[in-house]
Write a protein that binds this ligand. Structure first.
Ligand code: GTP
Ligand code: MG
Length: 416
């Protein structure tokens, strides 16, 4: 039998063996292990570390932060977890100093940059001629838990601003933190307010997928309960005959994993047990693809021609290469012309300098000549004076040697 595409559908008569294909995939995935990366955004002391510890039922020992940091930072830690034969490489990224600055405008910048940097390093690996994506440690953020302050008054401007900047880069799961501090009635009202503010500001949060019939009903139901109101704790308390994670107060205990007390179990179910693969898939096929497309377009690559019709990649590449080559030649010509111009300029400058030096030399020569004449004149004069003197001296000496008969007396050489 042929379908509309002309492909015949057949069933082999005996067992061929390709039904083991899913098992082969599972085996390979188990060998390779999985990576999952969570970004937890929330104001200082809002319970980020406690929530993460509760989610993975372990203690990742995070240090507490002061409220006096000048800017927002991100603290990233990588852990290797194993549950039965499944290995998980988990990257946990927590904001540090979020919401503590007077000017909150730039709080999201560090976070946006971090997410882009992870996309960029994946893209660089993908673009390598000899790439090795299976060995590459993929640090792209798969889920962003955005912790909302349990004020009961709706979202703060920093929440809206940050989520708006991130919603096309990461799967945002909004979570009301420390929900034990808010009453049940207030909480319902608060949840509705948060959701309506998100919709009013056009912020896209992650939707649990409803296309897989096995989980469609569960996910659709959970989508209605977002934002989950959670409670976290690092303490375990003896309850009946088992130890449970809880917060103990003077008036009683709040059990983290009790669905009547908070939505922690729903969050864990949705994040780790039902939709982990979808979160990874969405990150790759939606958020990363958007980043990749924009970056490739920035580099000058596109699958579309000038008339917006699909064009094979290599044709666009060849065209771009030609354009670059022409641009390069044009730049080379410009540089050559500017070089020739500068050489000529320098040459005329040098000629000018030579000319002025020559004039200076001639002037100095003239001056020297004049000085020489002057000295010669003075020499002549001096010689004449010397001759004059010598003559007078001779006359005097001659007169001294004569007998003093003529009664001539000269005063020279007389001793006192
Ligand atoms: P920094 O990393 O310093 O920003 O803090 P953080 O957001 O990681 O908060 P952390 O988990 O260190 O918790 C801060 C304080 O809040 C601790 O005293 C926790 O016990 C408390 N806390 C955490 N989760 C909850 C919660 O669900 N309810 C209440 N009432 N307190 C909580
Ligand atoms: Mg912390």
């Amino acid at each position: 039998m042929r379908d509309t595409t002309g492909i015949r559908s057949l069933t082999p008569h005996g067992h061929v063996g390709f039904d083991t294909f899913p098992d082969q995939l599972v085996k390979k995935s188990l060998q390779q292990g999985f990576t999952f990366n969570i970004l937890c955004i929330g104001e200082t002391g809002l319970g980020k570390s406690t929530l993460i510890n509760s989610l993975f039922n372990t203690n990742f020992d995070g240090t507490q932060t002061s409220h006096a940091l000048p800017g927002v930072r991100l603290r990233s830690n990588i852990f290797e977890l194993q549950e039965k034969n499944v290995k998980l490489k988990l990257t946990l990224v927590e904001t540090v100093g979020y919401g503590d600055q007077i000017n909150k405008e730039d709080s999201f910048k560090t976070i946006v940059d971090y997410i882009d940097t992870q996309f960029e390093s994946y893209l660089q690996e993908e673009l390598k001629v000899q790439r090795s994506l299976s060995a590459f440690h993929d640090t792209r953020i798969h889920a962003c838990l955005y912790l909302i302050c349990p004020t009961g008054h709706g979202l703060k401007s920093i929440d809206l601003l940050c989520m708006k900047k991130l919603d096309n880069k990461v799967n945002i799961i909004p979570v009301i933190a420390k929900s034990d501090v808010i009453s049940k009635a207030e909480l319902q009202h608060f949840k509705i307010k948060v959701m309506s503010e998100l919709v009013a500001n056009g912020i896209q949060i992650y939707q649990f997928p409803t296309d897989d019939e096995n989980v469609a009903e569960l996910n659709a139901n959970m989508n209605k309960q977002v934002p989950f109101a959670v409670v976290g704790s690092t303490d375990t308390i003896k309850f009946g005959n088992k130890m449970i994670r809880a917060r103990q107060y003077t008036w009683g205990i709040v059990q983290v994993e009790n669905e009547n007390h908070c939505d922690f179990v729903k969050l864990r179910e949705m994040l780790l047990r039902t939709n982990m693969e979808d979160l990874r898939e969405q990150t790759h096929s939606c958020h990363y693809q958007l980043y990749r497309r924009l970056r490739l377009e920035q580099m000058g690559f596109s699958d579309l021609g000038a008339d917006n019709k699909p064009v094979p990649f290599h044709e666009n590449y060849e065209k771009k290469r030609q354009e670059q080559l022409e641009l390069l030649q044009q730049r080379e010509e410009e540089m050559r012309q500017s070089f020739v111009f500068r050489v000529k300029e320098k040459e005329s400058e040098l000629k000018e300098a030579e000319k002025s030096l020559l004039t200076k030399y001639e002037n100095m020569n003239k001056q020297l000549e004049q000085e020489k004449h002057k000295i010669e004149d003075q020499n002549k004069k001096l010689e004449e004076e010397m001759n004059d003197f010598n003559k007078k001296k001779e006359v005097f000496l001659h007169a001294q040697n004569q007998p003093q008969s003529h009664g001539l007396t000269l005063g020279w050489g007389k001793k006192k």
